[in-house]
Write a protein that binds this ligand. Sequence first.
Ligand SMILES: NC(=O)c1ccc[n+]([C@@H]2O[C@H](COP(=O)([O-])OP(=O)(O)OC[C@H]3O[C@@H](n4cnc5c(N)ncnc54)[C@H](OP(=O)(O)O)[C@@H]3O)[C@@H](O)[C@H]2O)c1
Length: 380
Amino acid sequence: MKKINLLGATGSIGTQTLDIIAANPDRFTLTSMSAGKNIQKVSEIITQFKPKLVSVMNEKDAVFLQKEFPDITIVHGEEGLIEAAVGIEADVLLNSVIGSVGLKPTLAAIEAGMTIAIANKETLVAAGDLVVQAAKQYNVPLVPVDSEHSALFQSLNGENPKRITQLILTASGGSFREFSRDQLQHVTVEQALAHPNWSMGNKLTIDSATMMNKGLEVIEAHHLFAMPYDQIECLLHKESIIHSMVEFEDTSVMAQLGSPDMRVPIQYALTYPDRILMANAKRLRLDEIGKLHFEKMDFERFKALSFAYDAGREGGTMPTVMNAANEVAVQLFMEGRISFMQIEDIIEQVMDEHETINAPSLEEILETDRITRKKVYGIV
Ligand SMILES: NC(=O)c1ccc[n+]([C@@H]2O[C@H](COP(=O)([O-])OP(=O)(O)OC[C@H]3O[C@@H](n4cnc5c(N)ncnc54)[C@H](OP(=O)(O)O)[C@@H]3O)[C@@H](O)[C@H]2O)c1
């Protein structure tokens, strides 16, 4: 029985993780969880899965839940999020919270010696060096949940990492893949939230539309697979069937394929190195699909992807700044306070004005994150 502490249980990845736990009651149990503000869903999850500890964002929600569920521990806020990660002993922390708020709980779980199944890419972008260094120090596996990184991880099974020539991340292109930059000037939040292939949380869907998601993934891949940026490529692949590929010195390319279904990489992260039956999953039928398409990535059209390569190559606190600026800008776009194209403008301005701190400490990263957020609100 694998004990799982789950951050972001009410979200898209969190809900699908719960589906996997529910489908395999003899293998997995939910020991602790966190959520944000969706208290109705939290109540349903507690009733069904009976975790020992639950963290929510706000104190008043915690007080309400404690009255409803007197037998379990209810905590709240940033400290609560850390408690949800490590307050109850478990084998795995599945971190599917959104944003760099996932950083401190991830580090705490690493120090507690738990396996980290990581969906929360913002944490790896904001502080990838620190997280990877800590995982090495405490000898803790960092298992990817993101479909692209899971595909790379699976393609690298049993391979010699020294023989890799390229990691190739595939990209669906998001909601606006057919739009020119001119057409992007007046797009709405509703249009941005209509992803053609995947059903995901709102922030990630907007990140896919700006292509910042692929940028975050490039930095995530750099950290997870210790690969230089010059050896990480992105390829537009509209069908989202090939989830990513690895090219080796002998020119062989290994890929992982499947119908777009996030439960597959989530489950693999929980059962690795084993695989188990996936209930109600659509098997891949290439004869029905017929053709797969690939296009070179257009860095002029998708400026956010260039920002990510620039930030990654610069290193230090620059990726932290890019990530924090993006988190706030996306939030402001969703609130209707800025246009879609202003997301890029804001990130570019804040990155231009930042003086990088090299090899930053955790305190410097947290402070940079805080100042950047304030700065973006100031600009707007
Ligand atoms: N969705 C996907 O298919 C997918 C694929 C690959 C990677 N990822 C990555 O997985 C992570 C989660 O994505 P998602 O799409 O599942 O996001 P999501 O649906 O928006 O869910 C986010 C979760 O985090 C909680 N949350 C939000 N802000 C919080 C805060 N400040 N403090 C504590 N909890 C907070 C939310 O709680 P409430 O809803 O209760 O407020 C929810 O449980 C992201 O890093 C994303 O890039 C997602």
